[in-house]
Design a protein around this ligand. Structure first.
Ligand code: BMA
Length: 326
């Protein structure tokens, strides 16, 4: 084990010389690009508490650069054993539907099972949904939306009696636009009541999030509302640059944004974030938190190549977003 764990949340104190609201684990990256025999890169992956440790769903692109998702397990949230074969789904609430590729998974426990959403290749990217009880057997459900869509992120409980999901309608390429929407479903099969949650920021006000934004980890319910980390993108003369911001959404009407960070909370700055298959990308897909201990561990893909983690105090993050709102 590389780090001291407190009550099972991976944790490292803020370095003495840092004033940042999120700080990086000093042993980053925690998952190497070649961590399983077939992989070219392992990034943009999701973890959840499971049994006496953690389980996860990992995006492992192989050496043919095919995108797929793999189950993994960890005792401490830092050292991961990832299966060598991709997840094999059985039919869930429908017959098996095509999936040309799978990437950028998110996982959340609702009621009695772990729900997984991902970007599913069905005549272009859209949002795939599946579930598992044990991270051994997996079931695939209907796609949530028509193509093209990405960054489908479920809320961890029903809101006003319905499942709720954030998503980012897009195109079939390296989308040059993107705003965050919310949709509701009574049954995880039929989705509707689509509402806009938040749009890109004006370039003059907050340029790091002026090209596109997309939901990151499953939102966390706090006293102020839903804490949502998201990625924000600026198109530079060297291509897209992905950073991490946070917003607070109303608890019962989550299409209402109460606060939203004008400055980013974390941006590509370390070598493993600025170099790799896609330089200058940090992309969060999961967070572990302990409200009691006021701790959060944020998992993010770095440069579309490796997986890293950053830490923060929940209360400081909320104060930061409230005090630096757009
Ligand atoms: C997005 C997705 C992400 C990726 C990002 C940067 O469109 O493909 O998986 O991290 O681009 O390349």
């Amino acid at each position: 084990m590389k780090t001291e764990l407190t009550n099972n949340i991976p944790w490292q104190e803020r370095p003495a010389n840092s004033k940042e609201v999120l700080w990086r684990y000093d042993q980053n990256p925690i998952i190497d690009r070649y961590a399983i025999p077939s992989s070219n890169s392992i990034f943009n992956s999701a973890v959840v508490p499971f049994k006496d440790g953690y389980a996860g769903v990992f995006r492992c692109d192989n050496k043919a650069v095919q995108m797929n998702i793999f189950a993994g397990f960890s005792k401490n949230g830092i050292d991961w054993e990832i299966e060598h074969h991709p997840i094999d789904f059985s039919p869930g609430n429908t017959e098996m539907i095509d999936s040309d590729y799978k990437y950028d998974p998110r996982v959340t426990f609702i009621e009695d099972r772990y729900w997984i959403t991902w970007c599913n290749g069905y005549h272009g990217p859209t949002i795939g949904i599946g579930y598992t009880f044990d991270f051994k057997e997996f079931y695939q459900c209907e796609n949530a939306f028509l193509p093209f869509n990405r960054n489908g992120v479920l809320f961890p409980k029903k809101i006003n009696g319905k499942y709720a999901m954030l998503s980012r309608p897009s195109d079939n390429g390296h989308t040059p636009f993107g705003d965050i929407y919310i949709s509701y479903s009574p049954d995880m099969k039929y989705w509707g009541e689509h509402r806009c949650v938040m749009k890109v920021a004006p370039f003059e006000e907050s340029a790091w999030q002026c090209t596109k934004i997309g939901a990151g980890p499953v939102p966390i319910l706090t006293n102020e509302g839903w804490l949502l980390f998201y990625h924000g993108v600026i198109n530079t003369c060297n291509g897209f640059r992905y950073s991490i911001g946070a917003a607070i959404l109303d608890e019962n009407e989550p299409d209402k944004v109460k606060y939203r960070s004008q400055p980013y909370l974390l941006a590509p700055a370390e070598l493993y974030e600025m170099t790799g298959d896609v330089p200058n990308v940090i992309f969060p897909c999961a967070a572990l938190h302990s409200e009691k201990e006021d701790k959060l561990a944020l998992y993010y893909g770095a440069a579309d190549t490796v997986t890293s983690v950053a830490f923060g105090h929940l209360s400081e993050i909320i104060d930061f977003v409230k005090n630096n709102t757009l």
